[in-house]
Design a protein around this ligand. Structure first.
Ligand SMILES: C=CC1=C(C)c2cc3[nH]c(cc4nc(cc5[nH]c(cc1n2)c(C)c5CCC(=O)O)C(CCC(=O)O)=C4C)c(C)c3C=C
Ligand SMILES: [Fe+2]
Ligand SMILES: [Fe+2]
Length: 344
């Protein structure tokens, strides 16, 4: 049974003055780079049944008894290595805010469009930003999960949370959600341009490029998650655009968590294998991340660079995510303008 609607927001403005809200959403990140901050974040994240599907008693015991006692301290050290000390926040927040500001500037000639941003876990929460959009008079909201490839642990959980917030409202705004854009022309072109620009500035020519995507348990895909297929489609489109085959642009999956089998080939094992096979120089691109974060700045640019070099590799370069770059903003702008058709 659904809970009775609670009116938490002011009534919407009437249609002649009504506005359209655009809400960019990324995964989330701790508020502070210390163990308590990381613990709060991990608890919320790992208690989501979209992320860890089996939330049974055994998982709860492992989460509360082991993971939340040990991982926050170790991960806080990793966050400290990449922390934006000027703003005292995680890079994922800094970049998502800037994407939102730049999109707002690009749409500034449409004064009835309001752009904002939120994090699925942590702050600013989806609830607080939807309430803010409604308070500004938005009677239509476009939610934009910033994931090129759909997956239940990322895209679907954004929708779950948006729906949960709306389920508590008597007077709901009309909702749209942007679709995954894993082989959208603007996205593939932006990735290719950013790779070409980055390679042109390197003092060496990498023998090959690794496209590393965030992994997920293999069982999720076996049960129907389309994520792996969309990562493959992105990589194939990128190969076509760059004129590379699968020996020059490899596809791998990173960030394995826990003991189950995740999507393969694993990025870290591939780094080790390539170096041992005699590859001396590589570049790594992370097309599944729309903004640089712990998984790209620490796990790829530091941890995996170290694995490659430790096994005999010599030159390693991590290609930045699209972030708030001109090609990156072109992707977000194209996506948003397409989905706003009929509303603006
Ligand atoms: C445990 C299961 C996890 C699944 C499934 C998963 C999928 C998934 N995640 C991203 C994007 C990001 N994940 C990030 C961090 C992160 N991811 C997991 C676990 C799963 N992710 C954990 C536990 C963490 C936290 C760090 C750690 O403790 O290892 C981040 C970075 C956030 C930041 O603060 O910078 C991103 C981004 C995708 C795209 C994805 C899809 C399959
Ligand atoms: Fe993750
Ligand atoms: Fe990681």
């Amino acid at each position: 049974m659904t809970a009775a609607p609670i009116e938490t927001a002011k009534p919407l403005l009437q249609s002649s003055r009504a506005r359209v809200g655009v809400l960019l959403v990324n995964l989330g990140t701790p508020d502070t780079a210390d163990a308590p901050g990381v613990r709060v974040y991990l608890k919320e994240f790992l208690s989501d049944a979209r992320v860890i599907e089996d939330q049974g008693l055994i998982w709860k015991a492992v989460l509360n008894g082991i993971i939340l006692r040990t991982r926050p301290r170790a991960k806080a050290r990793d966050y400290l290595k990449i922390w934006n000390t000027e703003k005292n926040e995680s890079p994922l927040k800094t970049i998502t805010r800037s994407q939102s500001d730049k999109l707002a500037a690009a749409l500034s000639d449409r004064d009835h469009v309001v752009v904002d941003w939120a994090m699925r876990y942590g702050n600013p929460s989806i609830k607080s930003r939807i309430e803010a959009l409604i308070a500004k008079g938005c009677d239509r909201i476009l939610a934009v999960p910033l994931y090129p490839q759909y997956s239940a642990p990322t895209s679907a959980t954004v929708c779950d949370e948006v729906f949960r917030v709306l389920s508590r409202l008597r007077s709901q705004p009309t909702l749209r959600v942007t679709p995954p854009y894993y082989e959208d022309e603007a996205y593939i072109e932006a990735l290719a341009t950013s790779i070409e620009t980055h390679l042109a500035g390197l003092p060496f020519k990498p023998e090959l490029i690794v496209a590393s995507f965030h992994g997920m348990p293999k069982t999720y895909v076996d049960k129907g998650d389309p994520y792996q297929g969309q990562c493959v489609a992105t990589t194939q489109a990128l190969r076509r655009r760059l004129g590379m085959d699968e020996t020059k642009l490899l596809l791998t999956f990173q960030s394995r968590f826990g003991f189950d089998e995740w999507l393969q080939p694993y990025t870290d094992k591939t780094m080790e294998r390539l170096a041992k096979e005699g590859v001396r120089s590589i570049a790594v691109v992370t097309p599944g991340f729309s903004a640089d974060c712990l998984e790209t700045l620490e796990e790829i640019a530091q941890e995996n660079a170290e694995i490659f070099k430790h096994n005999g590799g010599e030159q390693f370069s991590a290609i930045p995510c699209l972030n708030d770059s001109e090609p990156g903003m072109d992707v977000i702008r194209t996506l948003v303008l397409r989905e706003l058709q009929g509303w603006i």
